[in-house]
Design a protein around this ligand. Sequence first.
Ligand SMILES: [Zn+2]
Ligand SMILES: [Zn+2]
Length: 338
Amino acid sequence: MKKAVILGERKAGLVEVPDPVPKEDWALVKIHATPMCTEYKGFVAGRQSQFLGHEAAGEVVAVAQPCKVKPGDRVVVMPQYPCGKCELCVAGDYIHCEHNYNFEKFTGSPEGRATYAQYILKPSWLLPAIPDGVSYEKASLAVCGLGPSFGAFETMGLSAFDTVLITGLGPVGLGGVVNARFRGARVIGVDSVPYRAERAKQMGAEEVLDPRDENLVARIRELTDGRGVDCSLDCSGTVAAQRTCIEATRRKGKVAFVGECGQELPIRVSPDLIRKGLTIIGSWHYNLNLFPKLMKVIQESPIIDLLISHVFPMSRVEEAFEVSASHECAKIILKPWE
Ligand SMILES: [Zn+2]
Ligand SMILES: [Zn+2]
């Protein structure tokens, strides 16, 4: 099969590797849509990489034994290789599993674990079915496009009574706008890239503010009768935006962090938490049992098309990476067979 790799600084291309072979209850999926995530960071930094991507939708083409899927099934490929046995996996919170498979040891080959490729291997219980009439491209948004914000909004109980602040309007943040609007919430966004601010507004964000505005928190308070927003969602992974979320959320409000960040965030327990009664959560993804609800967003949201800005054949992966690195995009989808 063909797969895409990063060859050096701003260099990427296709290589030929052996087709993966299914084993036990793992299935072989022919990938038809591969959403790009944060892989562009390695492309820009020149970190060579042979295994790219963790998001996909495709068709089951082979199984080793009877399992939860069969050849011909159209499926979303969920991320990671969790054990399927621990209490987190059984509860549907597999994303937090601490016993992920050693892929190469289990399958006997390093190939078949990345989604910038024509095939992938996956335990069959992590291949939920795509409803009829939903394209592979749109179904693939059920991974990082819509997943992190969906999980966070479920936990926070976001509804039409709420105003939500979304900081960082990259693909995950724009997915947050789709999810928030689907729930009827009022959206205030924060991003400095005009392309992304414009797209968020097209999706129904009422205001998009500039993070460089010195009076940002005061502006958000003005827009919420001086109280602050009910909920906030940080998708930027920056400490400044995390602080904005904490400061701009009302008393007894809720804050969710979904943007990855390894930096320390200063929190003052009394003014930020105790006196304010703030709830702060971290949210990586969503419980697998919520998949049918997330599919409903994909099927029924009137703005879902705006979440995909570009579709590239995988043969043009280098060009796709340049668009991803420019930040002038929403979700970019690669087509591994074109
Ligand atoms: Zn992702
Ligand atoms: Zn597990």
